[in-house]
Write a protein of this length. Structure first.
Length: 338
C-alpha cells in the first residue's frame, strides 16, 4: 500500500512526534509498503532528513514557544498543497498533542473521506481532555483519582485533595505543564504557573504506588508493563532521555492484577470511543487498587516506546505492529466505500 506518515506539527510534543514518525516510516517500509514521511508543517521530508531524525532522538527539553509559533505560520501545508502525496491508501498518524491529537486533523481527514489510523475526532477529543476523560471513567465505574478542575485557590485544593497533589494542564501530554506540589508553597507556585498555560488546570489527588501501563491493539489488551522512573514521577526527561526509567514488560505482578488492569484498559478504550490502538496508564496503590490516570489515543510510536514494547512482549515486532495498525485503517476505508 501507499502510506503517508503524518508527523511533527506545532504542539510542544513536536520532537516526540518526529521521532515516532521517522521510526514508523522505516518500519512500514520494512513491512513492504511504499511510504512518504510528511511533516504537517514543512511537507514531505527528504530521505536525508528521515535519517537525521532516526539518529538524533528527542532533546532533553521540548521546543520553545517562539519556535513553535514560527512553525505555526506554515501549519497544514502538507495536507493541502503538497504534490508529493499523490494517491494515498492510508494516512498513518504519528502526531502527538495539539491539533494532531485533539481531533482537528482527524476532522479534516474525515471530510476528505480518506482512511487514517487511530481514533476519530470524537475519540481523540475525549481522550485529550483529562477532565472529560475522568468524568467518563467515573460514569463507567472505572476508578480514577479524585480531582478538581478550573481555577481554584490553594485552600480549596488542599482541603479537597490533600498534599502532595498533581497540578496539570487538562489537555497536556508527555508530562509537560505538570507539577507535583508537596507543600503549600509549591502548590501556590504551581497555581501561579498554570495561569500562563492557556489551558484549564486540573488538580489530581496523588496516588503513591506502582505505575502500570497497558497497550490496546484492536480488541486485544497487550501485556502489562511497569514503569520505574529515576525521578519522583514519569516526567518528560524520564520518558525520552536514555537511562532515566526502567520499563519492564511484562510487569512482575500477580496474574490477577494483570488481568484486572487489562480489563480496565479495554473498558477505558471503549468508554472514550477510541479505536485501532491506545495506551492506558494506571497507578496501583499499596492495597493493590488500580487507579486509571489517563488514556492516550496516539501514544508514542518509536520502537522503544511503551506500546511497541508491550507488543514485543506479545511476540509482535515493531514493523508487524505498524502493519497491523495500517490494516485496521485500510479495512475501515474499504468498508466505507463498499
Amino acid at each position: 500500500m501507499r502510506i503517508v506518515v503524518l508527523m511533527g506539527g506545532t504542539s510542544d510534543e513536536r520532537e516526540v512526534s518526529l521521532s515516532s514518525g521517522a521510526q514508523v516510516t522505516r518500519a512500514l517500509r520494512d513491512a513492504g509498503h511504499e511510504v512518504v514521511a510528511v511533516d504537517t508543517v514543512r511537507g514531505a521530508l527528504p530521505r536525508e532528513e528521515e535519517r537525521r531524525l532516526l539518529t538524533e532522538g528527542v532533546r532533553a527539553a521540548p521546543p520553545e514557544q517562539g519556535e513553535l509559533a514560527r512553525l505555526d505560520e506554515g501549519h497544514t501545508v502538507a495536507l493541502t498543497r503538497d504534490p508529493a502525496l499523490g494517491e494515498v491508501d492510508v494516512f498513518f498518524l504519528a502526531l502527538h498533542g495539539g491539533t494532531g491529537e485533539d481531533g482537528t486533523i482527524q476532522s479534516l481527514l474525515d471530510v476528505a473521506r480518506v482512511a487514517y489510523t487511530g481514533s476519530d475526532r470524537l475519540g481523540c477529543s475525549l481522550a485529550m481532555d483529562k477532565e472529560v476523560t475522568k468524568r467518563l471513567l467515573r460514569d463507567a465505574g472505572i476508578p480514577t483519582p479524585d480531582w478538581l478542575s478550573g481555577p481554584h485557590g490553594a485552600d480549596e485544593v488542599e482541603a479537597a485533595l490533600g498534599l502532595p497533589v498533581f497540578v496539570k494542564a487538562a489537555a497536556g501530554g508527555s508530562s509537560l505543564r505538570l507539577h507535583l506540589a508537596h507543600d503549600r508553597d509549591q502548590l501556590e507556585a504551581a497555581i501561579e504557573d498554570s495561569r500562563t498555560w492557556g489551558d484549564i488546570p486540573l488538580f489530581e489527588r496523588y496516588v503513591r504506588g506502582r505505575e502500570l501501563t497497558v497497550g490496546v491493539l484492536g480488541n486485544l489488551a497487550l501485556p502489562v508493563g511497569e514503569i520505574v522512573p529515576a525521578h519522583e514521577y514519569f516526567d518528560y526527561a524520564c520518558k525520552y532521555q536514555p537511562g532515566l526509567a526502567e520499563e519492564i514488560f511484562p510487569a512482575d505482578i500477580p496474574e490477577s492484577l494483570a488481568k484486572r488492569v487489562q480489563d480496565l484498559a479495554l473498558r477505558t478504550h471503549r468508554a472514550l470511543r477510541m479505536r485501532d490502538f491506545s495506551r492506558v496508564d494506571f497507578m496501583v496503590d499499596g492495597s493493590g487498587m488500580p487507579w486509571c490516570l489517563e488514556a492516550n489515543s496516539l501514544p508514542g510510536m518509536t520502537a522503544n516506546s511503551l506500546l511497541p514494547k508491550a507488543a514485543r512482549a506479545a511476540g509482535i515486532s515493531f514493523p508487524e505492529l505498524c502493519d497491523r495498525i495500517v490494516a485496521l485503517a485500510a479495512a475501515r476505508g474499504r468498508a466505507r466505500v463498499s
